[in-house]
Design a protein around this ligand. Structure first.
Ligand SMILES: C[S@@+](CC[C@H](N)C(=O)[O-])C[C@H]1O[C@@H](n2cnc3c(N)ncnc32)[C@H](O)[C@@H]1O
Ligand code: SF4
Length: 298
C-alpha cells in the first residue's frame, strides 16, 4: 500500500518496494492478487498503460519503407508503385558529396505531382558516434512529419532489409517513438538482380552463400569468409580494393570473380576472367559488386 504523492509504493503480495512513476506497472498483472482493489501500484499501472496506448494512437502517420529495386524500371513491385502513388511526402537518403539519389529517380515518376521530397544527408563515416548522430537527426526530421499524422515514404534502392540506410533510420525513429507505425515493402535486391543478369545461381543444393560488406571488414575477417563459403558476394567495394584483390588472388579465386557495375542502369558494366593488373588499372568502383562462385562455373 502507499499514499498518493509518495515516490514508492509497496507490493503487499510480493513484499517489494516499487517506484511510482510513468513506467510503474503491477508486479504480476496477470496473476490473482487479493490486494488489487486497494493497490495504488496496480491503479497507476492501468493509467500508465492507457496513456501509452493513447500516445501510440496519437502518432498518426505511418512510415512506408519502399524498396524500389535495382534501377531497371521493370523491376519495381506493383505494391511499391501502389504505395508511391498514395504518398504526398517522401524521404530518400543522399550520401554527402553525391548529387543524385538513384532510388528517388526510380520512384519519382510514380509519385503524385503534388508530393514533396526531403533528402536526408548522411556521411559514410566509420566513426560510430558520428554516424549515429547523423541518423538521430534524420530520424527527427521524419518524426516531425509523422507527428502531424501524415503518412510518408522512405525510398531505398534494392530492398530495405539489405545494407540499407533504412535500418539506421528505423533504429533512431524507434528510440524517439517506440510506437511508430512502419510498413516495409520489399524490393528486388542488387544481389539477385546481378546473379540473374549473369545467369549465375547464387547458391544451389547444400552450398553456402556469404555477403561481404568489403569496405567494412579487415583482412583478418576477410580470409576465413573467403575460405569457408562456397559462394561469395562482395558489396560496398572500396575505392582502394587492393586488399580484396590480393586476397582473392592468393586464394586462387580472382579469375572466377565476376564484377558487375551499375547493374540494371543504362551504363551497366560486366567484367569476367579478372586479373590483378586489369583491376589495378581500372579504378572505377562506384556501384560495384563482385560474385565469386567456387564451383560449377568455368
Ligand atoms: C548500401 S548497399 C544497398 C543494397 C540494397 N539495399 C539492396 O537491396 O541490394 C549498396 C551496395 O550495393 C551494391 N550496389 C548498389 N547498386 C548497385 C548497382 N546498380 N550495381 C551493382 N552493385 C550495386 C554496391 O556494392 C553498393 O556498395
Ligand atoms: S496488485 Fe500487483 S502490485 Fe499490487 S499488491 Fe498485487 S501484485 Fe503487487
Amino acid at each position: 500500500m502507499s499514499e498518493p504523492g509518495l515516490e514508492y509504493g509497496y507490493c503487499q503480495k510480493y513484499n517489494k518496494k516499487i517506484p511510482l512513476d510513468e513506467n510503474t506497472v503491477c508486479v504480476h498483472p496477470h496473476e490473482y492478487c487479493r490486494f488489487r482493489p486497494s493497490c495504488l501500484i496496480h491503479e497507476l499501472g492501468k493509467q500508465n498503460r492507457l496513456r501509452q496506448r493513447q500516445q501510440k494512437e496519437k502518432i498518426g502517420g505511418t512510415l512506408y519503407a519502399i524498396g524500389v529495386g535495382p534501377g531497371d524500371p521493370r523491376m519495381i513491385t506493383l505494391q511499391a508503385i501502389d504505395r508511391l502513388r498514395s504518398l504526398e511526402m517522401v524521404f530518400a537518403s543522399k550520401k554527402e558529396g553525391v548529387s543524385e539519389s538513384i532510388a528517388y529517380t526510380i520512384a519519382e515518376k510514380y509519385l503524385p505531382a503534388s508530393s514533396q521530397v526531403q533528402f536526408l544527408e548522411f556521411k559514410a563515416t566509420y566513426d560510430r558516434d558520428e554516424f549515429d548522430a547523423i541518423w538521430a537527426e534524420n530520424a527527427k526530421k521524419v518524426f516531425e512529419v509523422l507527428k502531424t499524422g501524415q503518412d510518408c515514404g522512405y525510398i531505398t534502392l534494392g530492398d530495405p532489409s539489405l545494407y540499407s540506410t533504412f535500418s539506421h533510420l528505423l533504429r533512431n525513429l524507434t528510440k524517439l517513438s517506440p510506437g511508430v507505425r512502419v510498413e516495409i515493402i520489399p524490393g528486388v535486391t542488387m544481389v539477385t538482380a546481378a546473379s540473374n543478369l549473369l545467369n549465375v545461381p547464387l547458391a544451389i543444393d547444400g552450398e553456402s552463400l556469404t555477403l561481404i560488406p568489403s569496405a567494412q571488414i579487415d583482412e583478418a575477417q576477410l580470409r576465413p569468409l573467403i575460405r569457408h563459403s562456397d559462394n561469395l558476394v562482395f558489396m560496398k567495394i572500396p575505392s582502394d580494393a587492393q586488399m580484396l584483390i590480393k586476397n582473392l588472388e592468393e586464394e586462387g579465386l580472382l579469375h572466377r570473380a565476376i564484377w558487375v557495375q551499375k547493374c540494371c542502369l543504362p551504363d551497366q558494366r560486366v567484367m569476367k576472367e579478372l586479373d590483378k593488373k586489369t583491376l589495378e588499372e581500372d579504378q572505377e568502383r562506384y556501384l560495384s559488386m563482385m560474385i565469386v562462385k567456387k564451383e560449377g562455373m568455368s
